[in-house]
Design a protein around this ligand. Structure first.
Ligand code: HEC
Length: 191
């Protein structure tokens, strides 16, 4: 039933209205997309910058614990600065708080199909209650595999052991490069 409260925003839906209304809708959409992209970019740069620094100063397992303790404080503080909500969600989540819901799983599947068929992967806007939610795909890169790759290939046995201690129900290993790891979810209050 909850699905009924979701609508994928598409300016084309406005096509039956006046031309001005559809132009206004397009402008509003593109503003959310521009802001969403900018916030996702700074969030990614902040998290991966902190991770790289932690790896350099203390190694992979130190960085893993660092991420365990700091991923939420980092995104929460960026969220506060930008007056939005910021989350990362995944169908194969590590942290239980990051589990994708049904609609998000559907988006992840769609982005995965686009990636496999070499289509452009463009962000999506979803209207939910009084919020506009921006979703952008997160794609794996070589450095991610030290904590999300295959055990005893990119992922050291000792790292895997620590992951299972910190996240007994982890689903976020076994990835390869250039796969959909999850989504940035940036929530804007509609005004
Ligand atoms: C040093 C280990 C480490 C590296 C390297 C790493 N991650 Fe993670 N990742 C984690 C940990 C730990 C969590 C869980 C954070 C938490 O508890 O909120 C996580 C969570 C995530 C999540 C949130 C969804 C979930 O499963 O909980 C995404 C998305 C993600 N990582 C993507 C990436 C990407 C993309 C890269 C490469 C650019 C990357 N990670 C590199 C350790 C790592």
């Amino acid at each position: 039933m909850k699905m009924l409260t979701y609508f994928i925003l598409a300016s084309s839906l406005m096509a039956c209205g006046s031309k001005e209304a559809s132009q206004v809708a397009e402008l509003i959409d593109s503003t959310y997309v521009t802001r969403g992209n900018a916030i996702a970019k700074i969030s990614f740069e902040t998290i991966s910058g902190e991770l790289k620094e932690a790896i350099q100063s203390g190694g992979i397992e130190y960085a893993l614990k660092y991420c365990n303790e700091n991923a939420y404080p980092l995104t929460d503080s960026l969220a506060q600065t930008n007056q939005v909500t910021i989350k990362r969600v995944s169908n194969r989540n590590r942290n239980l708080r990051n589990k994708a819901d049904k609609m998000e799983e559907f988006l992840i599947q769609g982005f995965g199909n686009d990636l496999n068929t070499e289509k452009e992967i463009t962000p999506r806007l979803v209207l939910k209650d009084d919020s506009v939610i921006f979703y952008k795909a997160i794609i794996t890169q070589p450095m991610c595999l030290t904590c999300h790759g295959k055990v005893e290939k990119e992922l050291a046995f000792s790292t895997d052991t620590l992951i299972r201690r910190l996240y007994p129900r982890d689903k976020a290993i076994g990835y390869e490069v250039n796969q959909i790891r999850g989504l940035w979810r940036i929530g804007f209050k509609k005004n």
